[in-house]
Design a protein around this ligand. Structure first.
Ligand SMILES: [Zn+2]
Ligand SMILES: [Zn+2]
Length: 268
């Protein structure tokens, strides 16, 4: 498939997913004591473990079906696989709640929840799109539980995932990392690889697209697309769309053998 076809498909796809708006009570959180929050900073304990989201199971299942419908519309060839998964979803309250709780527990193998054989790829494809709006709402509700200027780690303070994208700030040239799952940014050291901390800072750019740099690392073969804020209209900057609109940079980096670890080793 040509690059621009892939990109257009992603844009159409994601526009529809963004129509899914959750009610405020879809996610509830209990604020941990101050001591625990301090500990989370010291011990690399992500908020999803410290104060897991309590997700409304009915809303979750409803959104799951909605997302499945959108995917079938765009990828009719997945119809069979998706319907199998929909039929296998838990349908009574206790099992749905347990299932949804496990979705938001890092490290859980959800496939074990199913008696039937379902396609693992199709399931995680749907799931990643279902989980995202819930994680965004959760991230908003826990936004006062951490200091995004002080976190300074290479994993998302909320979900523990690896960064999808980076942003070089205009004013002081600070670097921020962005989690595509939670939609948040946090500050990180200006130079060096955000995956393995190697001091190398190599990047490439593409003609006519100077505002993007792709930093890559020859120690761990990670890469991260980076938006140079000085060269963009920062009032309209939306990193979610920046990520999608630069998918050809991902393809270039991957052709050279580099990987973006956010899609490989995220805790979620
Ligand atoms: Zn995150
Ligand atoms: Zn590295």
């Amino acid at each position: 498939m040509a690059n621009n076809t892939i990109q257009q498909m992603l844009i159409d796809f994601n526009r529809e997913f963004l129509q899914i708006i959750l009610p405020e009570d879809a996610v509830e959180v209990v604020r941990p004591q101050a001591g625990l929050l301090k500990l989370s900073r010291e011990k690399d304990l992500h908020l999803i473990k410290l104060c897991p989201p309590r997700v409304n199971a009915d809303t979750f299942i409803k959104v799951f079906k909605e997302v499945a419908g959108i995917i079938i519309k765009h990828k009719p060839e997945m119809d069979n696989d998706i319907n199998k998964i929909l039929n296998a979803l838990p349908d009574e309250p206790v099992s749905s709640e347990l299932f949804v709780m496990r979705v938001f527990t890092p490290g859980t193998n959800l496939l074990e929840s199913f008696q039937e054989d379902i396609s693992p790829e199709t399931f995680s494809f749907i799931l990643s799109h279902v989980v995202r709006p819930f994680m965004k709402l959760y991230a908003r509700k826990v936004s006062t539980f951490y200091d995004s200027e002080q976190w300074l780690k290479n994993t998302c303070p909320v979900c523990g995932g690896k960064p999808t994208l980076a942003l070089l700030e205009k004013e002081d040239g600070k670097r921020y990392l962005y989690c595509g799952m939670c939609g948040i940014t946090w500050r990180f050291q200006r130079l060096g690889c955000p995956y393995c901390f190697s001091n190398e800072s190599l990047f490439f750019t593409v003609d006519g697209m100077d505002k993007y740099r792709v930093y890559y690392c020859d120690s761990c073969h990670g890469y991260i697309k980076t938006v140079n804020e000085a060269l963009v209209d920062s009032r309209n900057l939306d990193l979610f769309w920046e990520d999608i609109n630069t998918v050809h940079l991902d393809l270039l980096a991957m052709q050279e053998g580099y990987i973006n670890e956010s899609s490989e080793k995220a805790e979620k």
